[in-house]
Design a protein around this ligand. Structure first.
Ligand SMILES: Cc1cc2nc3c(=O)[nH]c(=O)nc-3n(C[C@H](O)[C@H](O)[C@H](O)COP(=O)(O)OP(=O)(O)OC[C@H]3O[C@@H](n4cnc5c(N)ncnc54)[C@H](O)[C@@H]3O)c2cc1C
Length: 393
């Protein structure tokens, strides 16, 4: 078998992998970024919504921004509409084109000096006792052993790298959100608003979304709890019913199925010579299912810690723990609160959700954020939401 050697091998060229590769390469490391996909970013498996905080990680570019969103409409089970928007709104959301966005990030990694290789699948890791020494890959030119000081598992929700390294990445069905989505065209939507629909009939233990992509097209999808998905009640069954009801004349341009980890971050996402980033480390907001920005935030930390560890010649788990600690202090609390809030909201019935929505009727929240919405709900329903207040305040 052929053999190669790098300082760092990054498995997965999604946002987590590309930003880790970019950060590590820009600190002088010899980095290989690989993905089993034939084309980076394809197929898309995402609703593509992010806040403008994405600009912290990459300069905005029309090539990967499909739409700018100025607000959100949330519909309770009885159809009561709550609007988050306003002329003074500071936070603007984007609907991305992930095909282009993921490529732009991988291109930045390449510009920083990383080597990028597609159609290359990792099928195992090379270990020497407990220390991880590299990966086995299958590519166009056959199988290769790739040795590296550090392996980065940025291989998404189905991550195998962590499991192979002996890290407990197991997710219970209740910790997974099972999603189905159509890219639809020829539909009537509010082009500058994202829309969210709640209720047992629409998406049990989840929600449905409509994210505008411009020119009467949108990502129309939903996610349901993995523990309530069953025959005739799968995410795709709910999506068909939703689309039949809301957009009967719409045309489906693409069908997307996928899962989002809602467990909150792994307690431990490093081991000797190995780091997990993004969905692989469960860096996802458990309340909203958003993972793109957390993947990029964690990836910058990972790239930085990896560079320091390699330059110091210590790639042990103890040295790499700095990564887990920094992730915890930068966004751990936020994800922990979101996890508890999710559990609170999942216990509410449709009647409870309607009552809460009625309490907000007529208001126009000036901030496009889940936190602003939750705080307003608590202000208007202090007795009913006493337990939620204990979680978020
Ligand atoms: C339906 C759906 C809608 C979503 N909507 C949103 C949203 O609107 N906003 C948001 O913020 N988040 C959303 N998410 C979550 C978001 O997509 C993820 O959090 C984000 O993509 C995580 O990035 P990542 O780099 O960790 O993983 P990924 O983007 O999944 O990238 C992992 C990469 O690893 C590669 N790979 C896996 N195994 C191997 C292997 N063995 N060898 C080589 N390569 C491998 C894969 O091909 C893939 O390219 C959504 C998820 C789903 C499923």
């Amino acid at each position: 078998m052929k053999e190669e050697r790098y300082d760092v091998v990054v498995v997965g060229a999604g946002p987590a992998g590309s930003v880790t590769a970019r950060t590590a390469a820009s600190q002088g490391l010899d980095v290989l970024l690989i993905d089993r996909k034939q084309e980076i970013g394809v197929p898309v498996c995402c609703a593509e919504g992010v806040s403008n905080a994405v600009e912290r990680y990459i300069q905005p570019d029309k090539r990967w921004i499909c739409a700018e969103v100025k607000g959100a409409n949330i519909y309770s089970p009885d159809g009561t509409k709550i609007t988050l928007s306003g002329s003074k709104m500071e936070e603007v959301g984007y609907v991305l084109d992930r095909k282009e966005f993921d490529k732009a990030l991988a291109t930045e990694a390449a510009s920083a000096g990383a080597e990028v290789r597609v159609k290359t699948e990792v099928y195992g890791i090379i270990t020497d006792g407990t220390h991880k020494k590299g990966v086995y890959v299958r590519g166009m030119d056959g199988n290769t052993r790739i040795y590296a000081d550090i392996i980065v598992g940025a291989d998404g929700v189905e991550s195998k790298i962590g499991r192979w390294a002996g890290i407990n990445t197991h997710l219970k069905p209740s910790e997974l959100c099972i999603c189905a989505e159509y890219l639809m065209c020829n539909i009537e939507i509010e082009e500058e608003f994202s829309e969210f629909f709640l209720g047992e009939k629409v998406a049990p233990r989840g929600y449905a979304w409509v994210f505008p992509k411009g020119e009467n097209c949108a990502n129309v999808g939903l996610g349901i709890g993995g523990d309530v998905s069953k025959d005739k009640h799968r995410a795709m069954d709910y999506l068909r019913a939703f689309v039949h009801d809301k957009f009967p004349a719409g045309e489906v341009m693409a069908e997307i199925y996928g899962a989002v980890p809602l467990s909150g971050p792994l307690h431990k996402s490093v081991s000797d010579g190995l780091v997990l980033v993004g969905d692989a480390a469960r860096h996802v907001n458990p309340l909203t299912g958003g993972g793109i920005l957390y993947a990029m935030q964690a990836a910058e930390i990972a790239g930085d810690v990896i560079a320091k560890a390699i330059h110091e010649g210590d790639t042990s788990e103890d040295r790499l723990k700095e990564y887990d600690n920094r992730c915890r202090s930068e966004f751990g609390k936020r994800l922990e609160t979101a996890l508890k809030a999710k559990e609170f909201f999942f216990r509410l019935s449709d009647d409870d959700l309607n009552t809460l929505a009625h309490s907000l009727e007529g208001i126009n929240l000036k901030e496009l954020s889940t936190r602003a919405l939750v705080l307003e709900l608590i202000k208007r329903n202090p007795r009913r939401l006493v337990d939620l207040a204990k979680i978020v305040l």
